[in-house]
Design a protein around this ligand. Structure first.
Ligand code: NOJ
Length: 917
């Protein structure tokens, strides 16, 4: 049967577009537009299967087990009733990650197609880094291999089951198929007469020409009290709530399928714009992680304790069920004594996050749309008039000529280059939107070129796929093809993108991809990509490739010298290498403010540290108090941008009366003063993958109180903040973990650790604290943009712990180029001990490039200093400077509360010691 015509009648289309752009109320989540597990045959089949009940469970053929010359272990998995065996490969990565790959055996009876292995996500040197595994020891149908000196892999042959366990104690850490749910539907030569492979959803038919090919298995996380990860879902809970089992009302599994969901729910396992199939288990007895590299639709159940047996396991264990529509098993097991080890191992496989430019870590102002050049001027001037810093002004889809990206609406933006230059003169930048749907208009050169070159994704019949999006009839470049990505990247050159300048950066939206008239608002699964790959196999990575090609375009444009800034809505594992993401079209309500924290924390845990939510909420008009609270929370998001739907009232920060303007100004100032700290954290993230914004338990892994706290969060190791998520809230309980004291960021008041404090809610800030034992670098002078702060002096805030000691770091580079990769940076560790503050160089020597700075430290605030010290001696030089009581912040009216070393004027680039005398 032919699929129904994809072109809708003009009237229907008009209605669709009107709906898409209409008032917020018209956007309410339309559940029926999307499939649930019961409407998704592979999910329904897998989910209804009882443990150990499979008809043809796979077993490992002992005589096939061998160590290959590359150091990996190979074996066959089979069952007499299956047409062909599967091949299994086990390999190890340092320090003790295990990779499990299972695919069809293409060497014997060749199946009609090869299953899709997602390319370009794993780091290219992965194979070179794999360790040589020793010969397995086999006895009684069980083979054991040492993964490292600390961990073993135990493989049970019949049925196949795999466990990573601690070498000494034998305690399991992670297991695969211990509940006998592993199934792998083999590809078949042809469709049997009595089977229907087609699937129908609403008016759409998926031909499924290759038949069923799903994969299911169970994974258990031992020692875990909770599991985390699997973005992207709306949730106010940081830990993934169980989706099945005792005490759980029947719910949907977590769905990973990149979708453009209008007015998404703040609380739902339903899949949003991006997918990262990575889960972390954590508890008092350990941390571990599991990553399945597969870009097909995935559904994952978190099973409540006791789901398959009467008693819940001792020491904690969380069982999970993973189901994917297609692809192969390419899975990684990460074991770590600490949760940070697990995150580090995940990024060692998928890549460390890109180091952003300094400006990108500051405040961004966006709206759909800033109408014209006069509007841009007015908004830009408004920030200056109201003494509010900002760094980037954004233009949404209306700036183009009829949604043809890389063009300008010349009546509204007649002089784009001059407009960008005026903004750039104040040290600011601009961003324009570039979406993947290309208007099918024969007079549009991009469309002509893509058509002529055959660069579009094809429909199931082999024609250029034609779907509807903002410009109307559109086609989508096939980003899986490296040649097409290269072509796309070239479109960002100044010659090609007329009206762009070096201070213009890019926003990739709708790249799930969003198709208004497609099944579930996306591309049909039977559409075809480069290499005969079906869209179903690639879907979750389409946006990733688009983001990659755009970031490469900016890199090329800047001749490899300017770090790209590209914000993407869709993402996949590895997106951290290409830029930032945001949580899409949230709503201006308190619940969405609250869920933004677990959402951003989850992204950070799964390798994507540079994320944030639309401040103020995209749909609807925030009550002014909500907007204020959102700025106060947003100032701590790694990506800090105000954005709003075109139907909402204008909401630039000065439009809500003087008092509120002052509070928003203060929130943005807090962010600007902390920029040196944020940038240092981005550096850490770019080296280790440890996120900028962190769940409390990442810093306090042993503290059970923190395990499901999604309301408070850490910014780096030193700051803790808690949002205010209710209108008119009078008091709030804030749990401060650890033994050491915490100091209120506003006034330096100390608070005990390991205690839940009931605090009065104040209007002009949210509860935020510096942890005892840390040193935070700041820049406190207020400027128009981060660029104008480059030469400003620093303030160091030392918060002493109970041993009168503290430590912190400062990382500085030129804020834009790649010189830092050759050593062009300053990296200092500040250590306070024995009444002495020392600045130590922690940058490696002689990497080629040098970066220096004449910036000095103008104030050192010491919280928790007990002595009545009056002076400090700077060494070398033995210069004496005074210690006086000073304010914590430079805002007007702040009272002097903390001992402050005034004007020590030591350079951040130098070694020195300041002794409190
Ligand atoms: C959807 C995006 O999520 C939103 O941020 C943007 O304003 C609109 N598309 C229009 O481009």
């Amino acid at each position: 049967m032919d699929p129904p015509p994809r072109r809708l009648a003009a009237a229907q289309l008009l209605l669709l577009l009107l709906l898409a752009a209409a008032s917020p109320a018209a956007h309410a989540w339309k559940k029926d537009e999307f499939r649930n597990c019961n409407q998704t045959p592979f999910c329904k089949r897998a989910r209804t299967r009882a443990p150990h009940s499979l008809d043809a469970p796979l077993s490992l053929a002992a005589d096939s087990l061998a160590v290959s010359p590359d150091g990996s272990i190979s074996a066959e998995l089979s069952h007499p009733s299956r047409p062909r065996p599967l091949v299994l490969r086990l390999s190890a990565l340092p320090p003790h990650a295990l990779r499990l790959q299972i695919d069809e055996d293409y060497s014997t009876a060749t199946p009609p197609h090869r299953r899709f292995h997602v390319p370009d996500v794993l780091l290219p040197d992965l194979e070179a880094r794999t360790l040589h595994l020793p010969e397995p020891k086999t006895a009684d149908g069980v083979s054991t291999v040492a993964l490292s000196s600390d961990f073993d892999v135990v493989v049970k042959h019949d049925p196949f089951e795999l466990t990573v366990r601690r070498a000494g104690s034998g305690d399991p850490v992670l297991s695969f198929n211990s509940h006998g749910l592993f199934d792998f539907e083999p590809l078949r030569e042809s469709k049997p007469e009595d089977e229907t492979w087609e699937e129908h959803f609403r008016s759409h038919t998926d031909k499924r020409p290759r038949g069923p090919q799903s994969i299911t298995f169970d994974v258990s996380f031992y020692g875990a009290d909770f599991v985390y990860g699997l973005p992207e879902h709306g949730s106010t809970s940081l830990a993934l709530r169980p989706t099945r089992g005792p005490g759980v009302e029947e719910s949907e599994p977590y769905r990973l399928f990149n979708l453009d969901v209008f007015e998404y729910l703040h609380e739902s396992p339903f899949g949003l714009y991006g997918s990262i199939p990575f889960m972390i288990g954590h508890g008092a007895h350990g941390s571990s992680g599991f990553f399945w590299l597969n870009a097909a639709e995935m559904q994952i159940d978190v099973l409540a304790p006791g789901w398959d047996e009467a008693t819940a396991p001792e020491n904690g264990r969380v069982d999970t069920l993973w189901m994917a529509e297609a692809g192969v098993v390419d899975a990684f097991f990460f074991v770590g004594s600490e949760p940070k080890d697990v995150v580090k191992q995940y990024v060692s496989v998928t890549g460390t996050p890109a180091m952003p430019q300094q400006f990108a870590t500051a405040y961004h102002q966006c709206r759909w749309n800033y109408r014209d050049e006069a509007d841009v001027d007015g908004v830009d001037a408004g920030f200056d008039e109201h003494d509010i810093p900002y760094d980037v002004l954004w233009l949404d889809i209306e700036h183009t000529d009829g949604k043809r990206y890389f063009t300008w609406d010349h009546s509204a933006f007649p002089n784009p280059e001059e407009m960008q230059r005026k903004i750039a003169d104040k040290g600011r930048k601009m961003v324009t939107i570039v979406d993947p749907h290309i208007k099918r208009d024969s007079s549009f050169h991009l469309h002509q070129e893509a058509t002529d070159k055959g660069y579009y994704v094809k429909d199931a019949n082999g024609n250029d796929y034609d779907g509807w999006c903002w410009p109307g009839s559109s086609s989508y470049p096939d980003m899986l093809n490296p040649e097409i990505r290269e072509w796309w990247a070239d479109k960002f050159s100044y010659e090609s993108y007329k009206g762009s300048t070096p201070t213009l950066y890019i926003w990739n939206d709708m790249n799930e991809p969003s198709v208004f008239n497609g099944p579930e608002v996306t591309m049909p699964r039977d559409a075809l990509h480069y290499g005969d790959v079906e869209h179903r196999e690639l879907h979750n990575a389409y946006g990733y490739y688009f983001h990659m090609a755009t970031a490469d375009g900016l890199l090329k444009r800047g001749e490899g010298k300017d770090r790209p800034f590209v914000l993407s809505r869709a993402f996949f594992a590895g997106s951290q290498r290409y830029g930032a993401v945001w949580t899409g079209d949230n709503s201006a309500d308190w619940d969405h403010l609250k869920s933004s924290i677990p959402m951003v924390l989850t992204l950070g845990l799964t390798g994507l540290p540079f994320s944030g939510a639309d401040v103020g909420g995209f749909f609807g008009n925030p009550e002014p108090d909500l907007l204020v609270r959102w700025y106060q929370v947003g100032a701590f998001y790694p990506f800090f941008r105000g954005h709003a739907h075109h139907d909402t009232k204008r909401r630039e920060p000065w439009l809500f009366g003087e008092r509120r303007t002052a509070i928003i100004r203060e929130a943005i100032h807090v962010r600007y003063s902390l920029l040196p700290y944020f940038y240092t954290l981005f550096r850490e993230a770019s080296v280790t993958g440890i996120p900028v914004m962190r769940p409390l338990w990442l810093e306090f892994p042993g503290d059970k109180e923190t395990y499901n706290n999604g309301e408070a969060f850490m910014v780096g190791p030193s700051l803790l903040a808690q949002g205010i998520y209710e209108d008119g809230q009078k008091s709030v309980s804030v749990y401060l973990p650890g033994k050491e004291s915490w100091y209120d960021l506003r006034n330096g008041s100390p608070y005990k650790g390991s205690v839940s404090h009931k605090l009065q809610v104040v209007e002009d800030s949210i509860p935020s604290f510096q942890r005892g034992g840390t040193i935070v670098p700041r820049k406190d002078r207020f400027r128009r943009s981060s660029t104008q702060m480059v030469n400003d002096p620093y303030t160091l805030v030392i918060a002493l712990n109970s041993s009168n000691a503290a430590e912190g770091e400062l990382y500085v580079d030129d804020g834009k180029s790649y010189d830092y990769q050759q050593g062009g940076f300053i990296h200092r560790r500040f250590v306070f001990a024995d009444n002495k503050l020392t600045s130590l160089n922690i940058a490696p020597d002689n990497l080629g490039k040098k970066f220096t700075s004449d910036c000095v430290i103008e104030r050192i605030i010491i919280l928790g200093l007990r002595s009545g010290a009056k002076k400090a001696i700077i060494e070398p030089g033995n210069e004496e400077v005074g210690i006086e009581s000073g304010p914590i912040s430079l805002r007007s009216g702040s009272s002097p509360v903390a001992p402050t070393i005034r004007r020590p004027n030591v350079r951040i680039a130098d070694d020195w010691t300041i002794r409190i005398a």
